[in-house]
Design a protein around this ligand. Structure first.
Ligand code: ADP
Ligand code: MG
Length: 730
């Protein structure tokens, strides 16, 4: 066997579990450790002067503006707290449009007049920063001559400490915006979407007589899937290292068909990795709760307890960072790509979403009284209206070259956005629409008139894994998000769309009531109409079935199967309006995001095309050509010994090899040309289209031949670790 591959396999087998760093801490201590590395409310309460704490808590909990007078005290206290924990540096931590997080560290050092240095961290340093940010994507918002980007402290997410062997760094979550005040990140629009949602939802609560609620917030629990691949093997594969996924690779004879990996016993090395990650997350105040093996071999999942949307989003970014980082320590590479391996499931991220009021009441919980139920039905109607009217905005929240391999590939929900409500709840809606008083055998519903609606059963929903947006009892689960993606875009779209729907509903109800109608009368009139209008978005059937695409078309539900097609519609007036209406994104921000996402798509495809071409030329073809010479020799030798007519088998093998080698050579040339051509195309949309239409199909052709060749060439000569090794050695 080719020696580097063999060595890597032997090393992978010999690697034993690494003891998690904090192993000495006994189990059951999670509560004591929880949040140890964050400067959260409890650390603030202990350390800050009472009046300062009270002011800051108001900002954090009530969303009030930060009082700049307290900034110096907070900064100084935060610095002392961090230094006690070994911090030498601080950084503003933000989310540029790269889809990753960004940080630039500064030491807590300032020159003193006597030529010495003192440790310093002022309120100004805490509140604002100005990283030289000219190299982040801005989609035309910043040209390099006005490159300044600014960071501003987001006190609603606690600052946290990331440790390193020679000193820790205090991380301060921040917004990132341009000189002209436009959002360059995903946090700003997320916060704007949350306040839009809050404002409109409060109008509904007021209509229902709630006078005390101060705000409504979105809660999110993201379930995160990922793959682990042994590092010894991964480093031999340029596709894994540079593209985060395999671009070639013959399928392993055993994949997930036995369903023996899902929820199986967690391998020892993986378990140590998970425990290490969880310990760190818990110390960072991230409530990591669930871990298990996923469907594909080598695939796993981590899920936290849900949190407020802005915090959940930051925490999910941190979780992904931590997993990538910790994997190296345990001899793995953590793949967050949506489709690392062809032929087995890819990875997604289930965005569990609900809304609750300032008393913590979940507004998507069917209530116990008719009054509560009526309110629940109004919020349900709003969500249905939001998803029906604004499904394109939601679809755009899931775009990305990686996620295109998943959506609609019969392992993830289709690119058609629909809502799964389950049989029982759908039946309730049908009764409301028809206005009939009906007795449901199963659930015992008697009256559907809102005023007399009896309690709805709590666990009304069944499971349907094929729906992109499923109601699961008291929350919606949006399943089309890709595993590598930030959850911000989807939540921005969801909050903005629901805010629009609530606005419509509140406006109507307010008008009816001020015209003298009773609330119940207004609801009796409104709800059946709304449910009827938005019935087409409900689909409880099998989202993988081919017939669904036809049916969805009949219902006029958009089906934008790939990212480029979806992104084209970002600038449609009705899509832009979802974001413009409550100031979640400005027109310039939308257009810049559209451009960034299209560019990122094209760049990803060009990188993948180049990596594949390089691999074909330097790792696949040389070995295949050697094999071809050997096969040719075999033909000649056999002919010499047995006669010209008796070398059929050898000739067949030679011809097969040769035909695929010739084809791979030809396709590789075409691929290189396609990448070059795409790079020369002007305009983000045209370039992305070129990438999709030219690079993607040729990559598939190359792969076809490379994968046949992998099977034809003697195993010990093959240089690239194979699927069986990548998927099964843990
Ligand atoms: P599964 O969908 O795998 O059965 P669960 O439904 O128990 O798992 O939870 C999945 C995720 O949904 C978890 O992160 C959980 O905290 C989150 N979740 C539970 N309730 C809510 C809620 N009301 N709002 C938002 N997320 C929630
Ligand atoms: Mg779930």
């Amino acid at each position: 066997m080719s020696s580097p591959r063999k060595k890597a396999i032997l090393n992978a087998i010999a690697t034993s579990p690494v003891r998690p760093a904090s192993c000495e801490e006994k189990s059951g201590e999670a509560c004591a450790v929880f949040g140890r590395n964050v400067f959260g409310l409890s650390a603030m309460r202990k350390r800050l002067p009472k009046d300062v704490y009270r002011k800051l808590a108001k900002t954090i909990q009530g969303g009030e503006r930060l009082n700049p007078e307290i900034a110096d005290v907070v900064a100084n206290t935060m610095k002392d707290w961090a230094i006690e924990r070994g911090a030498t540096h601080y950084t503003h931590w933000f989310h540029p449009m790269t889809g990753l997080t960004a940080e630039k560290h500064d030491a807590f050092l300032s020159p003193a007049s006597d030529g010495q240095v003192i440790s310093e961290f002022s309120g100004k340093m805490l509140i604002s920063g100005e990283p030289d940010a000219s190299s982040f994507p801005s989609g035309g918002i910043r040209s390099t001559f006005e490159a300044r980007g600014y960071t501003a402290w987001d006190p609603s997410v606690p600052a946290f400490i990331i440790d390193a062997p020679y000193g820790a760094t205090l991380h301060i979550p921040t917004y990132f915006y341009s000189y002209s005040g436009e959002a360059l990140d995903r946090k700003i629009p997320l916060i704007r979407s949350i306040s839009a949602l809050s404002k409109q939802a409060l109008r509904i609560l007021r209509i229902f007589g709630n006078r005390t609620g101060k705000y409504v917030r979105a809660n999110v629990g993201p379930e995160q899937e990922y793959f682990l691949v042994d590092k010894n093997l991964a480093v031999l594969r340029p596709d894994i290292m540079l593209a985060g996924r395999t671009l070639i690779g013959a399928f392993s004879s055993k994949g997930q068909e036995m369903e023996d990996h899902y929820f199986g016993a967690i391998p020892g090395r993986v378990m140590s990795f998970m425990q290490d990650v969880e310990k760190e997350l818990v110390a960072l105040g991230i409530p990591a709760k669930t871990r298990h093996n996923e469907v594909a071999p080598g695939q796993f999942e981590i899920a936290p307890v849900y949190e407020e949307a802005n915090i959940a989003c930051d925490h999910n970014m941190l979780t992904m960072n931590m997993m990538r980082h910790m994997a190296a320590k345990h001899g793995f590479i953590c793949l967050l790509h949506e489709k690392p391996f062809a032929g087995v499931n890819g990875s997604g991220k289930h965005n569990n979403w609900s809304i609750s009021d300032s008393d913590g009441v979940n507004l998507l919980n069917p209530g116990k009284t008719p009054q509560d139920n009526a309110q629940f039905l109004v919020f349900l109607a709003a969500v249905l209206r939001a998803v029906h009217k604004h499904s394109v905005a939601l679809r755009i929240g899931t775009v990305g070259a990686g996620n295109d391999h998943r959506l609609g590939a019969n392992e993830a929900p289709p690119a058609i956005i629909s809502v799964y409500l389950g049989e029982q709840l759908s039946e309730v809606l049908e009764h409301i629409i028809s206005g009939k008083s009906a007795k449901n055998k199963k659930t015992g519903f008697m009256e559907v008139g809102v005023s007399t609606l009896p309690p709805l059963p709590v666990d009304m929903s069944d499971r349907n894994r094929t729906s992109p947006f499923a109601f699961t009892g008291n929350k919606f689960e949006f399943r089309a998000v890709g595993s590598s993606q930030s959850i911000a875009p989807v939540n921005i779209a969801l909050n903005a769309a629901v805010a629009c729907a609530l606005d419509d509903i509140a406006t109507e109800l307010e008008a009816a009531i001020s015209a003298g109608a009773k609330l119940n009368e207004a609801l009796q009139e409104l709800l059946p109409r709304l449910f009827r209008e938005h019935m087409p978005i409900i689909f409880n059937g099998n989202g993988y079935a081919a017939s669904w695409a036809k049916e969805a078309d009949r219902r006029k539900l958009p089906n934008y199967a790939n990212s480029v097609t979806a992104l084209e519609h970002y600038s449609d007036p009705e899509v832009m309006n979802v974001f413009l209406r409550h100031g979640v994104l400005s027109e310039r921000e939308i257009l810049s995001r559209q451009e960034i996402l299209l560019e990122s798509y094209a760049k990803t495809m060009c990188i993948e095309g180049n990596v594949l071409a390089d691999m074909a030329r330097s790792l696949v073809l040389p070995i295949c050509l050697d094999a071809q010479i050997k096969a040719g020799d075999a033909v000649l030798k056999t002919r010499a010994v047995l006669g010209d007519k008796n070398a059929k088998n050898e000739e067949e093998h030679f011809n097969l090899l040769r035909s695929h080698i010739t084809a791979l050579q030809k396709e590789t040339g075409k691929l290189e040309a396609a990448v070059e051509k795409t790079q020369e195309v002007e305009g983000a949309l045209e370039q992305a289209r070129s990438a999709r239409d030219n690079i993607l199909p040729i990559m598939a052709e190359c792969r076809l031949h490379a994968d046949v060749l992998e099977r034809l060439v003697e195993d010990r000569l093959w240089a690239l670790p194979k699927y069986a090794e990548l998927l099964w050695l843990h």
